[in-house]
Design a protein around this ligand. Structure first.
Ligand code: TXA
Ligand code: MG
Length: 351
């Protein structure tokens, strides 16, 4: 079963969203329908977080397994109390420091919050996005908004309204087009229900910033094959996957680039079309037949452009995409996580 509907695109000013546009979108949320909207991380596919039928439409539209829980978005830290109970003091401290922003807290779910948003778990993921359109929409709807990333299940996340339409045209009622998102990688997901907080997904908020407040935070990246994924939501290995086969090369930069050049030539010799994703400094190194997409000069640009780059190179019809590793420092941790998933574990280690 899938959710089908007419899709309307409403252009909205990302800094000063027009009240009329927001009113229309908020009314659609209150009717139990779906609105895709920009956040500072990626576009979300939103529905009323307190309406289980509306939440079910998100799962249908995305073709997302109902075992994967969804984040509830709020417009003020005080709304944490509308969704969660027994909130630990550390969670309030984190909210104070990092809301609004790219941080999602997993807390104990309040009994009135629908079970299906949490895929049956007794927890709830909550985040307050730092984007004027997202905030205005949540405020006007006057309910928290459940929103996964606005892509079809396993596809790269959407960082523009165009990406949303590529995946969800005819499956979402309104797309608020507020331009490209600024961070481009999803929020950092932090489980606050354990005695030691655990990072479940590295993201836009840096681990070092979290550690400054909670030094003993745990982060142990885990990549799980589909069959065992139900018990560990969101850690599925196949994720962010383009149609082309992705290989990620890790190790010292020069060795990595040499290996990528060689691999590109070998693929070309067997008649394959090759795309590469690199940094600005690497762009001139490849055979002219290779589709080269530079993601930028620094980690912020690279993070902002990763999903768009995967989609663009894929749309050129290449058979294989070769990507270089950008390290693990700062946003590098989140980038590496997305790359390993896009490559479905297909990693070549040059160390
Ligand atoms: O930046 C973001 O987080 C974006 C924007 C739209 O806010 N949203 C997003 O949602 O990335 P989604 O559904 O694509 O990813 C949410 C992640 C998934 O890995 C999911 O498994 C995890 O958060 N998650 C949600 N609720 C959870 C819960 N109760 N327990 C454990 N993990 C949870
Ligand atoms: Mg997602």
């Amino acid at each position: 079963m899938t959710y089908t509907t007419q899709t309307r695109v409403l252009v909205v000013d990302p800094q000063h969203p027009e009240a009329e546009v927001i009113r229309t979108a908020a009314a659609t949320i209150r009717e139990g329908r779906l609105v895709a909207f920009p956040t500072e991380t990626v576009y979300g596919l939103g529905a009323n977080a307190l309406d289980s039928a509306a939440i079910a439409r998100i799962f249908q539209a995305k073709q997302r397994p109902t075992t994967d829980p969804i984040i509830a978005h709020i417009a003020a830290p005080s709304q944490l109390n509308e969704l969660a109970v027994n909130i630990p003091p550390k969670a309030f401290a984190l909210a104070q420091a990092f809301f609004p922003g790219p941080l999602t807290l997993i807390l104990q779910r309040a009994p009135h919050v629908p079970e299906n948003i949490a895929a049956g778990l007794n927890t709830i993921a909550v985040r307050m996005p730092a984007h004027p359109v997202a905030q205005a929409l949540i405020q006007a709807a006057d309910v928290p908004i459940a929103a996964p990333s606005a892509n079809t299940f396993t596809r790269p996340s959407a960082t523009t309204a165009q990406h949303v339409l590529e995946d969800l045209h005819g499956h979402v009622d309104i797309v608020l087009d507020g331009g490209a998102t600024t961070i481009g990688l999803e929020s950092t997901v932090l489980d606050m229900t354990q005695s030691v907080p655990v990072v479940l997904r590295p993201g836009g908020l840096l681990l070092d910033d979290l550690r400054a407040l909670i030094p003993d935070i745990q982060f142990a990246p885990r990549f799980v094959k589909e069959e065992t994924a139900a018990s560990s939501p969101g850690q599925m290995l196949k994720h962010y996957a383009p149609r082309a086969a992705v290989t990620v090369f890790t190790g010292e930069r020069r060795a990595v680039l040499q290996a990528m050049q060689l691999a590109a030539l070998e693929h070309l010799q067997t008649g394959k079309q090759v795309g590469v994703l690199v940094a600005d400094e690497d762009r001139s190194l490849f055979d002219p037949r290779v589709v080269v997409r530079s993601l930028g000069a620094d980690l912020h640009e690279i993070g902002r452009n990763l999903f768009a780059g995967l989609r663009e190179v894929d749309a050129r019809g290449v058979d294989v995409i070769l990507v270089r590793d950008f390290g693990r420092e700062g946003l590098g941790a989140a980038l590496w996580d997305r790359l390993v998933r896009a490559a479905q574990g297909n990693i070549i280690n040059m160390n």
